[in-house]
Design a protein around this ligand. Structure first.
Ligand SMILES: [Zn+2]
Length: 414
């Protein structure tokens, strides 16, 4: 076996032959002169073989996976060929994308490492700097996702998450059937969500959307109803429960502020107790809450209302649920508690979109799960320098396209 062949076999290089090598021990770089093996002179567009018309003078260089801390470069002078359809053109490079400075193997390793660990750790394994890896990652992911279309969207969900300090938000659209993120846009208003519907979906696709879930935000509800004619909108259960919990907590805060001495003692330590679902309470805790009937009637009243509202989610028939909701809202209004009244008004305004839950059992739980993963990505990177870097990572880890799988199969080895 010749040394060249040995290097090629050892480094598992594919689609090329090694014609010479140069090892710089001090710099720890290995440069390999290579050429395509059996697949030279192909047109990069139609992949037809063309006649060589010119040997270009320009030497090109690609970075490959490092070997024991030693950086590996491939070097080759591509030839110019004459394609019957596309005319004079530079031949296809089998081991890398046309304009890339890194090989497919390197791209694949970078994508997989970045899915698993921080960019900093991945950069260290690949022997490059952190700023370089984020540039390379952005270029690779943009290229792979370029022209990607959303497919078979039936159930969508919209939510917002903050991406850096100072209340900066991105709007995220999820496909709940496939549990993945399909779109990310800067901002959280109606403009942002309109952009999604206008730019990413065709009219046909919009008509195909059957279900949608979101929180009680005017912007999202308005946009979904405007763009999707056949949609059934379900307001997210957890957001509603949260709103009611906050209303009850507001009562507690108001009472605490106005009370003094003994009265304060009676309502001390209630904060987390009031949030609890009835099925998660111990007998002792229920007794404490029942004692409020004497201690503080307003909090007791708010709490009873909250407990009663839990029944709503158990209904099986929309008509029965509707009846319950009517009864509950009337009772709640009689309590004359301001924060509860506000909650009732919201419920009444969107009641048809809350009752749709009964038939569909659709919630944002999947989306919340994905949000948790995104938060982990954000935290492990200790924030991102720019929004694009965060969006790249979202698409790489929870996106609708399996990005590493788009690299040609032969080169998917690390
Ligand atoms: Zn061609």
């Amino acid at each position: 076996m010749t040394v060249n062949k040995f290097i090629r076999t050892l480094l598992n290089l594919k689609e090329l032959i090694v014609s010479n090598y140069h090892l710089q021990i001090r710099k720890r770089t290995l440069t390999l002169w290579v050429k395509p093996y059996k697949n030279g002179c192909l047109c990069p567009i139609c992949r037809h073989r063309g006649k060589i018309v010119n040997q270009l003078k320009e030497l090109r260089r690609w970075k490959d996976l490092p070997v024991y801390g030693c950086t590996v470069f491939l070097e080759y002078c591509p030839r110019e060929i004459e394609c019957p359809t596309h005319g004079r053109i530079q031949e296809d490079i089998p081991w890398a994308e046309s304009y890339s400075h890194i090989t497919y193997r390197f791209e694949f390793a970078m994508l997989v490492y970045c899915q698993l660990m921080t960019q900093k750790a991945a950069a260290r394994l690949l022997n490059i700097s952190t700023s370089t890896i984020s540039d390379l990652l952005h270029r690779t992911i943009s290229r792979i996702r370029d022209g990607h279309k959303i497919r078979a969207l039936k159930t969508l969900s919209v939510d917002e998450i903050s991406y850096c300090k100072g209340r900066k938000y991105v709007t995220i659209v999820y496909d709940l059937d496939r549990s993945c993120v399909i779109w990310v846009g800067k901002g959280k208003g109606r403009d942002t969500i309109d952009k999604f519907f206008n730019e990413s979906l065709s009219d046909y696709q919009k008509k195909k959307i059957k279900w949608a879930s979101c929180d009680m935000s005017e912007a999202y509800i308005g946009a979904i109803e405007y763009h999707c004619s056949n949609v059934k909108l379900v307001l997210d259960r957890f957001h509603i429960v949260k709103a009611l919990n906050e209303a009850v907590d507001q009562v507690r805060k108001d009472e605490w502020r106005d009370a003094s001495g003994d009265k304060r003692k009676a309502i001390k330590g209630l904060r987390w107790l009031l949030y609890r679902h009835s099925s998660n309470r111990t007998k002792k805790q229920t007794r404490i809450l029942n004692a409020l009937k004497k201690g503080n009637r307003r909090i007791h009243r708010a709490w009873i209302l909250k407990d009663e509202f839990e029944c709503f989610w158990e209904y099986k028939y929309p008509k029965a649920a509707e009846k319950f909701l009517k009864r509950w809202t009337t009772t709640a209004l009689r309590s004359r508690i301001e924060s509860i009244r506000k909650f009732v008004n919201t419920i009444r305004k969107y009641s048809d979109k809350i009752i749709t839950f009964i038939g569909s059992r659709l919630t944002n739980a999947t989306a919340e799960g994905l949000n948790r993963i995104m938060k982990i990505i954000k935290n492990r990177a200790s924030g991102f320098r720019n929004l694009n870097a965060f969006i790249d990572m979202i698409f790489l880890v929870v996106g609708d396209l399996d990005i590493p799988a788009q690299i040609p199969k032969k080169f998917r080895t690390i």
